[in-house]
Design a protein around this ligand. Structure first.
Ligand code: ZN
Length: 259
């Protein structure tokens, strides 16, 4: 599979080949070098946005070797004072467990909601401190600060050192790779993106999730809207009928969520 390192090596080798051939055959090098640079840029930009490619770093997206009929539901961007309690209520009603990738500033704003997540037996992970739109352009030090700050907030509230990280906007790059390694986090992706933050109807989102749902899958949702609550209830009913269990990310991959 193509990754940042292999694409860089291929680009350098291709540039050298072009350099030598242009020298021997006396043709202009620049048009092809520009084409090569454009290809490199497009591949690297796409690789930075599609966490599933494992282009910059390896994330866990699904566990297809799991024997049990289990999947993992994950919620990003909370805790939310209105919707997270509703999500917790539903999960309890259907005896399901989930993972919440929380934003540090929201944990600080709603510590009691955050505490409830853990009290209900769910797992929590790091989802940056500010979830800034330009997070992908942050320098390494600023990324490290964001991740450490969120971990420090959770440590002070619950005494837990989080080890799981969900990339904000699914964006990864060499700076984020360096930062999560330094902070000691494991990146967690997904293989079913619900698109619940778009204008799609609950029915469309539910169909999108359940269309090919099978054991070992990781579903991405957001505990930030009423629409997601509607989808969640239908999804939990569907899982019950399919005899499928929703577990936490650490349970699905048999890894540790906290140090
Ligand atoms: Zn997010």
């Amino acid at each position: 599979m193509l990754n940042y390192k292999s694409v860089n090596i291929i680009t350098v080798v291709a540039s050298l080949v072009l350099l030598f051939t242009s020298y021997f055959y006396k043709w202009s090098l620049w048009p092809l070098i520009i084409v090569l640079a454009i290809i490199w840029f497009l591949v690297t930009t796409a690789g930075s946005f599609f966490v599933k490619w494992n282009y910059h770093l390896k994330s866990l997206h699904s566990n297809k070797i799991i024997k049990e009929n289990r999947i993992a539901i994950t919620f990003d961007d909370g805790p939310h004072p209105e919707f997270t309690p509703k999500v917790l209520e539903l999960l309890k009603k259907y005896n399901a467990k989930a993972t919440f990738f929380c934003v540090g500033k929201h944990i600080e704003a709603y510590p009691n909601v955050f505490k409830e997540i853990i009290k209900h037996g769910h797992t929590v992970g790091n989802h940056t401190y500010t979830h800034a739109n330009n997070f992908g352009f942050f320098k390494t030090k600023k990324v490290i600060d964001e991740l450490q700050k969120t971990n420090a907030v959770v440590k002070s509230i619950e005494g837990l050192t989080m080890q799981l990280y969900r990339p904000a906007f699914g964006v990864t790059n060499p700076r984020i790779k360096k930062a999560i390694k330094l902070v000691g986090l494991q990146s967690i992706g997904w293989n079913i993106r619900s698109l619940d933050t778009t204008s799609r109807t609950p029915k469309m989102i539910f169909n999108r999730i359940t269309k090919k749902l099978s054991k070992g899958d990781v579903i991405l949702l957001h505990d930030t809207s009423l629409k997601t609550i509607t989808v969640l209830e239908r999804l939990l009913l569907f899982l019950q009928k399919q005899n499928m269990e929703s577990v936490t990310i650490d349970s699905l991959f048999n890894i540790k969520a906290y140090a």
